[in-house]
Design a binder for this molecule. Structure first.
Ligand code: SF4
Length: 280
């Protein structure tokens, strides 16, 4: 059985950077260390952070003293203001590519455009982008929602995307917006890492008998990888760890492709590849 691991499987640049920043926190940094939300949607990583003394908080009300850590997804301005008001220390691991999306959205708004964010409105990254433009953006996730936008046809529209969006969905929405409005300026802010990941996943799904997608069920980008692979290869299985592998998935299988979400540690990917050898 031939096993091919996606080159992109494992942490993306932004998550890797944030995990390293957390690992290198100076011992003199004010305690407790409190992360506002999950750094990544992966239980193994969250457990490791807890071992480093970092607790996860869901609201700033929980932070009375010490340090607040902002995750790689970025955050909205009110959080920075509140942290400053409370006199807390801050460690900001926001991915530079997410900061760029904030800047582009603000630039479009300064041009007098209505901002549309293609993404999941409940995702912290999208809230951060929306917060950067004063919560004035409309957030849409599907092409059907374009019809529901009630701006006049000559409204100046500015579009950005959540960095982990599906490329095809983005293209469909962009086309529908260009057809509906006369002045649409688009910044495709889907991150290169996401693009490479999705494109490679497609190739793997087309060229292997079985596909394994590794990552947490709460990870948006892992969900999209699964959907992309499953669309092209019905023998696509979504697992959290090597322990989820099932013998009967591999009967008479000659090739297996492995991919993993941007929040999945590379070690988990290698553990799965190692375990797979037992099924050969
Ligand atoms: S997906 Fe891209 S933009 Fe998002 S955290 Fe990773 S590297 Fe940064």
């Amino acid at each position: 059985m031939q096993i091919t691991i996606s080159q992109h499987a494992g942490f993306c640049f932004g998550v890797d950077r944030a995990v390293k920043m957390c690992a290198e926190i100076d011992p003199d940094t004010p305690r407790p260390l409190q992360m506002f939300g999950n750094l990544v949607h992966n239980e193994t990583v969250v457990e490791n952070l807890k071992k480093q003394g970092i607790e996860i908080i869901k609201s700033l009300d929980e932070a009375k003293e010490g340090t607040v850590i902002i995750t790689a997804h970025g955050i909205y301005p009110e959080v920075y203001q509140e942290v400053e008001k409370k006199g807390l220390h801050i460690i900001d691991t926001t991915c530079p590519k997410v900061i760029l999306v904030h800047q582009l959205a603000k630039k479009l708004q300064a041009e007098g455009r209505e901002i549309i964010i293609i993404g999941d409105e409940n995702h912290i990254e999208v809230k951060g982008i929306n917060g950067a433009v004063g919560w004035q953006a409309k957030v849409i996730t599907s092409v059907d929602e374009v019809a529901e936008l009630d701006f006049p046809a000559d409204t100046k529209i500015g579009v950005v995307s959540q960095t982990t969006q599906d490329l095809e969905v983005f293209a469909e929405i962009e086309k529908a917006l260009q057809e509906k409005f006369t002045d649409v300026k688009v910044f495709n802010t889907i991150c290169e890492s996401t693009r490479g990941h999705q494109e490679e996943a497609k190739k793997l799904a087309q060229n292997n008998d079985v596909i394994l997608v590794i990552g947490s069920k709460s990870s948006g980008n892992t969900t999209r990888l699964y959907e992309i692979c499953h669309e092209l290869n019905k023998k696509t299985y979504w697992i959290d760890t090597a322990a989820d592998l099932e013998d009967d998935w591999f009967a008479e299988v000659k090739s297996v492709g492995i991919t993993a979400g941007a929040s999945t540690p590379r070690e988990l990917v290698e553990e799965v590849a190692e375990k797979l050898k037992e099924f050969c």
